[in-house]
Design a binder for this molecule. Structure first.
Ligand code: SAM
Length: 207
């Protein structure tokens, strides 16, 4: 699909105005059509800074929320990233533009089917996608430089922390706040960022 350059640029301007400064993050928003990741009846709202409903009662997160979570991870081009909660696949697509390796897990089988096609259409087919319980992570490809959790929880997922490199970063909606967790040799450091509203992280997976 052709990129809607005007729409994407409008979104980039909104993100700059909201304090997003990381050039790699901003560039990724200029390179991916959000339109492709929202339901067709809502394409007129694709470049507005709002969360929108998608398949299965889930949501595509607001662009400024996605951008803030990506920015705080300080991602580099060689990084290997695990995403938990693929949703529409928009954030997955952005990640493919920023880092070397993207692994993403979604528990809703219908979404997984939709996302596969969409990522290919968006030219972001390099992401590794699988259906399953993201709370268990994807151990075969660990350790990760960064983990991004896209659904809300009240407890830090221990299995995910185990799959993070020493020096690795995890961003997660924890107890209603976007939270950065940094894993060091001496343990975990956490920093709360902004208030947020996310659909819940649901343990378990039944195909
Ligand atoms: N960032 C995504 C986007 O750009 O579209 C939005 C993700 S949506 C807010 C959260 C997703 O997490 C939903 O699709 C939901 O099915 C998924 N989810 C919830 N619990 C999960 C789990 N344990 N494992 C994997 N995915 C999960």
């Amino acid at each position: 699909m052709e990129i809607n350059h005007r729409g994407a640029q409008r979104l980039v301007q909104q993100l700059r105005a909201k304090g997003i400064k990381d050039d790699r993050v901003l560039k990724s928003f200029a390179e991916v059509s959000r339109e492709l990741f929202v339901p067709s009846g809502l394409s007129h709202r694709a470049y507005s800074d709002s969360a929108l409903p998608i398949t299965g009662g889930q949501t595509i997160s607001a662009p400024s929320t996605v951008a803030a979570m990506l920015q705080v991870l300080h991602l580099g081009p060689r990084d290997r990233v695990l995403e938990v909660g693929t949703g529409s696949g928009f954030q997955t697509a952005l990640l493919t533009k920023i880092v070397a390796d993207v692994y993403t897990i979604e528990r809703n089988l219908k979404l997984v089917g939709e996302v596969k096609d969409r990522l290919i259409k968006a030219g972001c087919g390099t992401a590794h996608l699988r259906a399953g319980d993201g709370l268990k992570g994807w151990a075969e490809h660990s350790p990760y430089d960064a983990i991004i959790v896209s659904a809300g929880t009240d407890k830090l997922p221990v299995q995910l922390l185990d799959q993070l490199k020493t020096g690795g970063r995890m961003v997660i909606p924890l107890k209603g706040k976007i939270t950065l967790v940094v894993k060091s040799r001496n343990g975990l450091r956490t920093r709360q960022l902004t208030d947020c509203q996310f659909v819940p992280l649901i343990p378990g997976y039944t195909p």
